[in-house]
Design a protein around this ligand. Structure first.
Ligand SMILES: Cc1cc2nc3c(=O)[nH]c(=O)nc-3n(C[C@H](O)[C@H](O)[C@H](O)COP(=O)(O)OP(=O)(O)OC[C@H]3O[C@@H](n4cnc5c(N)ncnc54)[C@H](O)[C@@H]3O)c2cc1C
Length: 264
């Protein structure tokens, strides 16, 4: 499991101007939504959430946003090209109850898409707030509809759906509806807004956090969070509201590759 397996890219889906989903043959065992893979381009290795878990066709998918050197190199690959994958790592989401709200911002929709698929497969009612800066960056709209979940889109510039932040839309919804659970992933400032909402409305929630990762196996300590020392790669990346409350750096700062604090 901790040694990369070299696999061929089976399909590539262009999700938006900056995001592509890469699909691989992969014997599905106990992979869970919210877990991630370490992706190796034979020079470097980076964490990527699992966005598709298909046990029928034994396929796994990762959705990558082009932001820098590593992600650009993966985006330049074609069907049939090889890449290394090791994992899955991390704890993943735990579905609780029969009625869940999913709030995803930008590429944060990647792990949540796998969660939506799993929840719908279990017959659970799922409402999704799918948010992005603008319409051309909204992810997985067709997949969400095909899954049977209901989708509300939300853009910062108002080019599609609700104009504003997903937390404003969630607040409007939560005034009238209740949920057994909320799952969220996206920019940490957005998740802080979700944290405040779920604290106010007393709804159990799970948050998927990102921290700079190196080994992903809990050895190097790179992704430890203050003040708990939890390793995001092992104890996370998914944390409950009460756990997030103890993470004093949440929505304040994170550490770069050399451990220096970067304000959020
Ligand atoms: C658990 C987890 C799941 C993730 N899932 C996804 C996903 O599904 N799709 C996706 O597009 N991105 C995901 N990311 C983020 C992704 O790993 C980084 O965007 C990517 O490594 C950037 O590499 P780069 O060289 O292209 O860009 P850089 O220019 O090197 O970095 C761009 C940003 O990515 C961060 N980053 C760089 N290297 C790492 C690293 N080793 N670990 C964590 N963050 C890093 C930097 O701090 C910076 O904020 C995830 C990160 C984590 C921790």
């Amino acid at each position: 499991m901790n040694i990369p397996r070299v696999v061929e890219i089976k399909r590539i889906i262009e999700e938006s101007d900056s995001v592509k989903t890469f699909i691989f043959n992969w014997k599905i065992q106990d992979e869970k939504p919210g877990q991630f893979m370490m992706v190796w381009n034979f020079f470097d290795e980076k964490p990527m959430s699992i966005s598709l878990i298909d046990p029928i066709n034994d396929e796994i998918g990762i959705s990558i946003k082009k932001v820098g050197e590593f992600t650009e190199s993966v985006h330049s690959l074609n069907v049939g090209d090889e890449i290394g994958l090791r994992g899955p790592y991390g704890n993943g989401f735990e579905i609780k109850g029969n009625n869940i709200l999913v709030i995803g911002g930008g590429i944060g929709m990647a792990p949540l898409m796998a969660l939506v698929d799993e929840a719908k497969g279990l017959g659970i009612k799922v409402d999704v707030i799918c948010a992005a800066l603008s319409e051309n960056e909204l992810l997985f709209r067709d997949r969400i509809k095909e899954s049977g979940a209901s989708i509300l889109t939300c853009t910062d510039d108002g080019s599609h759906g609700f104009c504003g932040f997903p937390t404003e839309l969630a607040n409007q919804i939560l005034k009238e509806s209740s949920y057994d659970m909320i799952a969220t992933c996206g920019p940490e400032i957005m998740m802080k807004g979700v944290f405040d909402l779920v604290d106010h409305y007393k709804i159990p929630a799970q948050f998927s956090l990102e921290r700079y990762m190196k080994c992903a196996m809990g050895l190097c300590g790179q992704c430890c969070v203050d003040n708990t020392g939890w390793r995001v790669c092992v104890e996370g990346p998914v944390f409950t509201t009460d756990e997030v409350r103890l993470i004093t750096e949440f929505a304040k700062y994170r550490r770069d590759a050399s451990g220096i604090k970067q304000q959020l």
